[in-house]
Design a binder for this molecule. Structure first.
Ligand code: NAD
Length: 324
């Protein structure tokens, strides 16, 4: 008897790029051992499972694990032999293990290094990584023009910017010619504990940029096992998220599933990037997306968890340098 085809995640258009991204994107920072060690077998297994279940979008950076994430992702994509036109790879520039450098020189060299580690001829999206740590005027006047040249040279297809404080996006998008920045990647701002990206969505759409939201599990805060040591949240926020996770578990629900479904439910967001490092996580996250599309959100549990997190709602942490 023929086996049933696996349910797959939906694809969504990314702004004006013409790309169609899986609504669940594969965050590859865990492949750089950022959340604990990951073997080659686990890396290949997770990426293979991701493809099997319709995930076509992979996000990495030279910064993750000091280039390890790019290397492991490159090796894995090569081992799987999936045709290049069937997946979208985003990497970043300007943030490295030894610090930040958004100069035209550095980002121009950086893409060649990334392409070598990824074993690719081009990346679909090159994003300036965590621009709040650089001069935003340098991003506008030097870094993005350098990335435009890389686009013309065919090394990258689209240009993106990433970072935590939402004001960085308006600063840059208000100062570059329309259509220069194709993609914005925001993180930790569209989840159950912090949904401040929502207010910015109309503006971003008016600028025609594709919107990617990362870290729906708030970098581990909204998981049963909790965040890594380095997590920058306050003790109060960590404790409220822990209480929410326990509350869900005691009632047979899973906080990560609830959190991912919350982020996925806004279709103005083209892809929600979740960090994954095991076949099990890929299965769980794809299942969460498929169930959301079929049954909608678990409104009752969501309301209860939102009540637990209300005292810390939209609490964030400082990131970046003081802009002059
Ligand atoms: P996340 O919120 O996706 O959480 C990742 C953690 O959750 C990891 O420990 C992972 O093992 C765990 N996890 C994943 N699925 C799970 C499940 N079903 N059940 C329990 N635990 C689960 O945070 P993240 O990894 O920081 O963000 C996702 C991706 O977004 C990153 O890998 C990266 O690609 C991107 N990102 C980019 C930026 C930036 O550009 N500045 C910042 C943050 C994230």
């Amino acid at each position: 008897m023929a086996s049933q085809p696996l349910p797959k995640v939906e694809l969504r258009e990314l702004g004006n790029t013409g790309l169609k991204l899986s609504c669940v994107g594969f965050g590859a920072s865990p492949l750089g051992n950022v959340f604990g060690p990951v073997s080659d077998d686990e890396a290949i297994g997770s990426v293979r499972e991701a493809f099997r279940r319709g995930i076509n979008f992979f996000d990495t950076s030279p910064y993750y694990g000091g280039t390890l994430s790019e290397k492991v992702l490159g090796k894995t994509l090569k081992a799987l032999g999936v045709p290049r036109s069937e997946y979208v790879v985003a990497t970043k520039c300007g943030r490295y293990a030894d610090g930040f450098d958004f100069s035209a020189d550095r980002v121009t060299k950086s893409i060649d290094e990334s392409l070598e580690r990824l074993q690719l001829d081009y990346v679909d999206i090159l994003q300036c990584h965590d621009i709040e740590f650089g001069s935003l005027d340098q991003i506008v006047n030097e870094t993005i023009p350098a990335l435009k040249k890389l686009k013309e040279a065919g090394k990258i297809r689209f240009i993106g910017i990433t970072g935590l404080p939402l004001g960085i996006f308006t600063y840059v998008l208000d100062r570059v010619p329309a259509g220069t920045v194709d993609v914005v990647l925001s993180y930790c701002h569209y989840g159950i504990n912090d949904s401040t990206l929502e207010d910015l969505l109309p503006y971003l759409k008016s600028k025609g940029v594709g919107i990617i939201s990362a870290s729906p599990l708030a970098m581990g805060l909204l998981t049963e096992s909790g965040p890594p040591e380095w997590h920058p949240a306050s003790a109060e926020l960590k404790s409220a998220c822990r209480a929410a996770a326990v509350y869900c578990k005691e009632r047979g629900n899973n906080i990560s599933k609830l959190a991912l479904q919350y982020s996925l439910s806004n279709k103005d967001i083209s892809s929600v990037l979740v960090g994954m490092n095991s076949i099990k996580q890929v299965e769980e996250n794809v299942t969460a997306a498929v169930e959301l599309a079929t049954n909608g959100k678990n409104e009752k549990t969501l309301a209860e968890v939102e009540a637990i997190l209300k005292p810390v709602k939209n609490q964030t942490w400082p990131s970046g340098i003081q802009q002059s």
